[in-house]
Design a protein around this ligand. Structure first.
Ligand code: AOF
Ligand code: ZN
Length: 367
């Protein structure tokens, strides 16, 4: 039974996917005498936590009940008050949590407070599922760096475009719809100048939650463009969204071009002095505007830099059953590559999904 209620709490938490950043997704269920008396999930940073919604719905029925929470209840005064206090004053008798909170402000202290006050505490139920749900939050809060997902789409023979540069579309509509959905849950989308020049994408996506209409933040668009070659009339600058478009350049970019981009509304980050963008510096700078997750949508050059420096956490590799051929047609990862197969980067925790005719391989970069 515990597992079933925790699953319910996880499903509730996931309703707010893409809306809670920089906070985690959290769900909570309160059960009394075998009946669900309260349910809640965290909807948006700065608004009440999951437990508070569930306690409110339960009202007096919370006294003597069990609370299920997908993340250890907080015990700190942040944008909202501590949930441990609310749980104790409601008279909860038992607390089942999926995982401890990696936030150093909490990190086990929430559970200690509950235990010391006489609440029976069970921790670790469906911990793996809960950690996967909040993989972004966990990376961000424990390292101070954004979670990075690298997504690419290639033909069966490993091409991301024909030798002419033509690339629309490699994958089918189901795969593309899924990527659109993904964009909605990442704080930033990053592409290289090569992709911008070839495709002129607009990279907008943010949708409202179908359930309660809560809108997430628009994804910030980030262009890796060391020499400021982005044309001021590019769609990423003319198709306005509530979020800025950031162009990352190096000190080598000609001042005149930079000024034109600023005039077109771009925000500029100078990341590095050399010919190439200093990606770790760029990623770290993005956390200053609460970017906790970045979806990288290629080109070959950006993918190579991100992978060579092991900056990606997760990879999503779409493979379409098409053969493009051509010695000159590009593959998803440029750069020099490794000299021997034994030096290849490896993935772990691999899973495979089908999107109509396409295959999508998901894995985590072994570091
Ligand atoms: C959430 N929602 O349901 C739970 C969270 O700034 P605050 O007050 O919103 O606190 C955010 C922290 O609270 C967050 O980093 C996490 O450690 C903890 N638990 N947060 O946003 C919730 N239970
Ligand atoms: Zn809380």
């Amino acid at each position: 039974m515990d597992e079933q209620y925790m699953k319910m709490a996880l499903d509730l938490a996931a309703r707010a996917r893409g809306r809670t950043s920089p906070n985690p997704m959290v769900g909570s269920v309160i059960v009394k005498n075998g009946a669900v008396v309260g349910r809640g999930y965290h909807k948006k940073a700065g608004t009440p936590h999951a437990e508070i919604h569930a306690l409110k719905e339960a009202g007096e029925a919370a006294r003597g009940a069990t609370i299920y929470v997908t993340l250890e209840p907080c015990c700190h005064h942040g944008r909202t008050g501590p949930c441990t206090e609310a749980i104790l004053s409601a008279g909860i008798k038992r607390a089942v949590v999926a995982m401890t909170d990696p936030n150093p402000l909490v990190a086990g202290k929430g559970l200690d407070i509950l235990r010391k006050a006489g609440v029976e505490v069970v921790s670790g139920l469906l911990a793996e599922e809960a950690a996967k749900l909040n993989e972004v939050f966990i990376k961000y809060v424990s390292t101070g760096m954004p979670f990075v997902l690298l997504k690419t789409a290639m033909s069966l023979d490993g091409k991301i475009a024909a030798y002419t540069g033509h690339s629309r579309w490699i994958t089918g509509s189901a795969s593309r719809a899924y990527v659109h959905h993904l964009r909605d849950s990442y704080d930033a989308i990053l592409i290289g100048i090569g992709t911008l020049m070839a495709d002129n994408p607009s990279l907008t996506a943010r949708l409202s939650c179908p359930e309660d209409g809560v809108k997430g933040k628009d994804p910030v668009r980030v262009i890796v463009d060391s020499l400021a070659r982005t044309p001021p009339e590019a769609k990423v600058l003319t198709q306005i969204s509530a979020a800025p478009t950031i162009i990352a350049i190096t000190a080598a970019a000609p001042e005149e071009r930079v000024q034109k981009l600023v005039a077109a509304g771009a925000q500029i980050i100078i990341a590095g002095n050399g010919p190439k963008i200093d990606l770790p510096y760029l990623f770290k700078s993005l956390t200053a505007i609460d970017i906790t997750s970045i979806l990288i949508e290629g080109g070959a050059a950006v993918n190579a830099s991100v992978l060579e420096q092991k900056l990606a956490d997760k990879l999503l590799w779409f493979i379409a059953p098409k053969i493009i051929g051509g010695k000159e047609a590009p593959g998803p990862v440029g750069g020099r590559g490794v000299a021997a197969v034994s030096e290849a980067l490896l993935l772990e925790r691999i899973s495979v999904q089908r999107f109509e005719e396409d295959i999508c391989l998901e894995g985590y970069l072994r570091k």
